[in-house]
Design a binder for this molecule. Sequence first.
Ligand code: AMP
Ligand code: ZN
Length: 119
Amino acid sequence: MAGEPQADCLFCKIVSGDVPATIVRESETTVAFRDINPQAPTHILVIPKAHYPDAASLAAAEPTIAADILREAGEVATEEKIEGTGFRIVFNTGTGAGQTVFHAHAHVLGGRGLQWPPG
Ligand code: AMP
Ligand code: ZN
């Protein structure tokens, strides 16, 4: 069923605690943890506890949880003190855009200059 945990999903295992992560925030519907391969001084992933393969499918099925992700991304930026210098919220969607984990997640990146357009 849509949103149910998937046995073969890495981020569902982080939600359940079966795979360890450095968790920085948690809400009723979301978890935020440090990316294992950071691309900036601050690089945190915000994910829904429910399993959806990407941000668009999450937003279509559970718009309030999609909004929770954005709110938590902002809270992370405040906690990490990167909101003043600017930060980026990225949802890679599809293999062609670099998505490697097919459980929706926002990358929150900051703490260095961020080029535009991104690569
Ligand atoms: P994406 O390529 O947009 O799907 O992002 C997946 C992200 O998950 C990458 O930035 C990885 O570095 C990160 N990642 C993979 N495994 C883990 C893990 N066990 N804990 C934290 N982050 C991870
Ligand atoms: Zn999952």
